[in-house]
Write a protein that binds this ligand. Structure first.
Ligand code: MGD
Ligand code: MGD
Ligand code: MO
Length: 829
């Protein structure tokens, strides 16, 4: 059916709201009794499990037998499948259904949707793509955002969407990611690789050799609960050993963080409080002390690095009349000059390993602390020694667990097959860039044609008119909701493929229901970096409601394009899994023999055995000429000629302390909104994932709202008691959250974990009013308040942690939380 004819039929229809009741029917009624009772294996970001399927429903979840340190989040797994936020049917936003690309986009977010069939939905999707490619060409379409789609090598949802959309036409893509945008851009200039995603020195070597371990902006006990592939949680065995060594005084662990972390509490380690966003000042002062007292390893600096001489005038104040003394730093970072001097001595006394977390680079000038930390490690002179030097990923996906060298299974292709062309075969981006920095897309929508600096090149924003999202949740991950609302009003069409009625689905025009991993078969590596084995991901239950697997959704879409055979390469779900397994089996046959597919699928697991120990940068240390770093000089670059040549005021040729746009503790903006908001990664979720898991969510919410962690001093000053509902606000937005008063948080710092579902309500408290700019978030999404700026002209990465707020006790009529119940379903009569 032509889209126009299809719409003509609709135009005459009047509409009637019937409310969302159909979305709340009892979930127990979904279970079709099947009689079988069995335990099956599967994997997820949260770990591998054994799941008991009884009478066609998920009855019980327990950790996989090899998982010695399962996450508490296992209690929320069942709720990922059975919850009222599930998208049940393909749905189209009411006014888009009626008026297509000429719809009233200010209504986007009012949550009124019409149910359609799969065929209608996919036809509308294709018609939208046709319209965009015809009117604007590929620069009108952005389908390049990625995120934490569910695990599984076959069903990886973003790959399915991108392969299918690529068959239709080209589109704008992104470079970098929200996790480590600044770090992965700066470190190749300094250490020759992104470092953040590189394998790190093995934990057994650290436990054996390290005497001082510095955790800088790093909370591994919290953040190792999840992994990019099925997580093994093996790091926790080493953290337990570390804890024992801390207790015996064999290893000194110093955690530098504005708040008391979960890791500090677990290890019982030393805690060094620092004012938020001021670490570079402290690092400079340590370097100053090391230099002035001749404590640094001059020989290592000379043989392994370049540019120390160019950095010294700044460090010593010859360049700017400000020597970076411990006293100078104390006034900025709040750490006493004496403590800084002591720490400098401790760092060079014995074997020292610095472990950087990632949060510290998700702030304005986030490149600088990573660069300066590398300079410190160079001056200490232990890079390449077991248990010494610096690492940037020991808190992530079990980096540092001795890994096997086994091959992991491949994945369903993300791109077009070799030699194939899209239906709309244009690469004319009309003078705009086809790739933009990941976190600048909202900026691009708002200011098409603008040219910005990014990593040594110029990026011209394309005029984006349509966005397609799958496997990521931008109304979770991006900053500044009210700015996003303005941007979305400029879009003609938004398509989201997701499991749940996330805020992204709410702000979309066409919403397609994917099923969860527990409703399809798949295969995954066990241990993202450890390569411990291969895991079968068995389907537990049939897809609920009208949901389909991502593979099935886009196979049907490809069929509409007449390219189904090409899309699937003639294989169905189980044939693909067997194919991926057999390829992997072939690659591993010499060193890691694997059983035939049928045996694997029945057993659910292939074990590759123990891994090998390894020291990062040992080869470079052994011979920097034979094993140079990937930097232009092959050495550690304390001064980078390349970066200096870019002439950026916010990222010069060597690391530097620079003031932030907003900073607490006397910094800019703190007279108006004195509190720093840290929107750290959640202890009990993976971003927005698992927020929908109702019973589990109830274990941490306060009066149904997301917790906001507040110091006793700040609470008292505002007359707020534990358990009160508070309004957190700044000039960008406002939200409601539930106060948790905790001594783990210092005065001037509050925390709301990212991933809290955005649930805007209008001034009248209604769901429909959620489209208003300035709406109140009824649940507590911190990105209602964060700032949408790039880290600097170099990385242009996410800077969510440069954000000041204030709060007050909420005295008004408390609106219901609008985040979790799905849309207002409208029927056309
Ligand atoms: N303020 C602030 N903002 C941040 C951060 C921060 O620290 N503070 N952190 C940033 C970082 S590091 C990251 S990585 C991002 C995370 O941002 P995202 O990766 O976008 O966040 P997720 O919530 O994991 O989104 C994944 C989405 O995929 C959906 N999904 C899951 N399984 C499937 C499937 O099988 N098929 C389909 N089609 N969809 C599926 C989920 O329901 C969910 O909506 O957030 C960033 N944003
Ligand atoms: N449970 C759980 N684990 C996760 C995730 C999740 O969603 N849930 N997400 C995963 C992903 S995608 C990512 S990117 C990583 C994120 O990894 P990180 O970004 O490292 O994690 P965070 O917990 O946000 O922050 C770590 C610590 O940095 C501190 N910090 C913040 N700002 C500053 C500062 O200016 N100076 C100093 N010294 N410290 C500061 C915080 O107080 C916190 O204790 O986590 C991964 N692991
Ligand atoms: Mo991330």
């Amino acid at each position: 059916m032509k889209r126009r004819d299809f719409l003509k039929g609709l135009m005459s229809a009047s509409c009637m709201a019937i409310g969302g009741t159909s979305l709340l029917s009892p979930l127990s009624a979904l279970a079709a009794p099947r009689g079988r009772d069995e335990w099956l294996t599967t994997g997820s970001h949260f770990g591998a499990f054994k799941i008991r399927r009884k009478n066609g429903v998920i009855a019980e979840v327990k950790p996989f037998e090899l998982d010695q340190y399962p996450t508490d989040m296992i209690k929320g797994i069942k709720g990922l499948v059975y919850n009222p936020s599930r998208i049940r049917y393909p749905m189209v936003r009411l006014d888009f259904y009626k008026n297509g690309h000429k719809s009233n986009t200010a209504e986007r977010g009012d949550f009124r949707f019409v149910r359609v069939t799969w065929d209608e939905a996919l036809q509308l999707f294709k018609a939208s793509l046709d319209e965009i490619q015809t009117k604007y060409g590929p620069s009108g379409l952005h389908a390049g955002q990625t995120g934490w789609r569910a695990t599984g090598q076959l069903h990886s949802s973003t790959s399915h969407m991108q392969r299918a959309v690529s068959m239709h036409g080209n589109f704008v893509k992104k470079v970098g990611d929200y996790s480590t945008g600044a770090g992965q851009t700066i470190l190749p200039y300094v250490l020759g690789s992104t470092e953040v995603y590189a394998q790190g020195t093995s934990w057994p070597l650290i436990l054996k050799n390290t005497k001082t371990l510095i955790l800088w902006s790093n909370d591994p006990v919290k953040n190792l609960q999840v992994g990019w592939n099925a997580e093994t949680h093996e790091s926790y065995a080493y953290l337990a050993e570390l804890k024992a060594k801390v207790a015996k005084g064999e290893i000194r662990v110093i955690s530098i963080d504005p708040v008391e972390t979960k890791t500090q509490a677990y290890l019982g380690c030393e805690r060094l409080y620092i004012n938020p966003q001021t670490d570079v000042a402290m690092m400079l002062a340590i370097a100053y002390e090391l230099y002035q007292q001749k404590l640094y390893d001059a020989e290592f600096v000379k043989s392994y690095s370049l540019g120390f001489e160019d950095f010294l005038p700044y460090l010593l104040g010859k360049a700017d009349n400000t020597p970076k003394t411990p006293e100078w730093a104390e006034a900025i970072c709040g750490v006493s000059a004496t403590t800084i001097r002591d720490l400098a001595r401790v760092m060079v006394k014995d074997r020292t390993q610095i472990m950087m977390g990632w949060c510290i680079q998700r702030q304005q000038h986030g490149e600088q602390p990573y660069w300066m930390a590398a300079v410190l490690a160079t001056m200490i002179g232990q890079i390449g020694l077991p248990g010494g030097g610096i690492s940037y990923g020991h808190h992530y996906s079990s980096i540092g667990v001795p890994a096997t060298s086994a091959a992991a299974p491949g994945a369903f292709p993300r791109n077009l097959d070799e030699g194939k062309k899209p239906l709309f075969d244009s690469n004319d981006f009309k003078g705009a860039s086809s790739t933009i920095p990941v976190a600048r897309w909202v900026d691009a929508i708002l200011e098409p044609g603008k040219t910005i600096d990014a990593n040594g090149s110029r990026v011209t924003y394309p005029d984006i008119k349509m966005m397609v999202f799958s496997g990521n949740n931008p109304w979770n991950h991006h900053q500044d909701r009210n700015r996003m609302k303005q941007a979305f009003q400029k879009l003609e069409a938004v398509v989201t493929i997701d499991v749940n009625w996330t805020a992204t689905a709410r702000f979309s025009d066409i919403v397609l229901p994917a099923c969860t991993t527990l409703e399809r078969n798949d295969i995954d590596v066990y241990g993202s970096y450890a390569n411990r084995g291969i895991l079968a991901m068995h389907k537990m239950v049939e897809p609920l409601f009208d949901s389909l697997s991502d593979f099935e959704i886009f196979t049907r879409f490809a069929a509409i394009l007449g390219r189904e055979q090409e899309y699937t390469r003639g294989m169905n779900e189980m044939q693909w899994i067997e194919h991926l397994y057999n390829e992997c089996r072939e690659a591993n046959k010499a060193k890691y023999p694997m059983p035939d597919f049928a045996t694997f699928w029945k057993e659910g697991y292939v074990h590759f055995g123990e891994g090998e120990e390894w020291t990062r940068h040992a080869d470079f240390r052994a011979d920097p000429e034979i094993n140079p770093l990937g930097t232009p000089s092959g050495l550690i670059e304390i001064f980078s000629r390349k970066i200096a040549a870019f002439n950026y005021d916010d990222c010069p040729g060597h690391p530097m302390w620079m003031e932030k746009k907003e900073r607490s503790h006397g910094g800019p903006g703190s007279d108006k909104h004195p509190l720093w908001l840290q929107s750290c990664h959640p202890d009990q979720r993976l971003h927005s994932q698992m927020c929908e898991s109702e019973e589990y969510r109830a274990t941490y919410t306060v009066k149904g709202r997301e917790p906001v962690y507040i110091s006793p001093e700040d609470a008292k000053a505002r007359g707020v008691k534990d358990g009160d509902i508070v309004r957190v606000f700044n000039d960008r937005g406002q939200l409601l959250a539930g106060a948790v008063i905790s001594k783990r948080f210092p005065k001037g710092v509050i925390r709301i974990h990212e991933g809290a579902w955005y649930g805007p309500v209008g001034k009248d408290g209604s769901k429909e009013g959620g489209s208003e700019i300035g709406a109140l978030c009824s649940y507590g999404d911190p990105n209602t308040l964060t700032m949408d700026i790039g880290t600097s002209k170099l990385a242009q990465a996410c800077a969510a942690y440069t954000c000041l707020v204030d709060f007050e006790k909420f005295e008004g009529k408390v609106p219901e939380v609008s985040s979790f119940t799905g849309p207002v379903e409208v029927t056309l009569s």
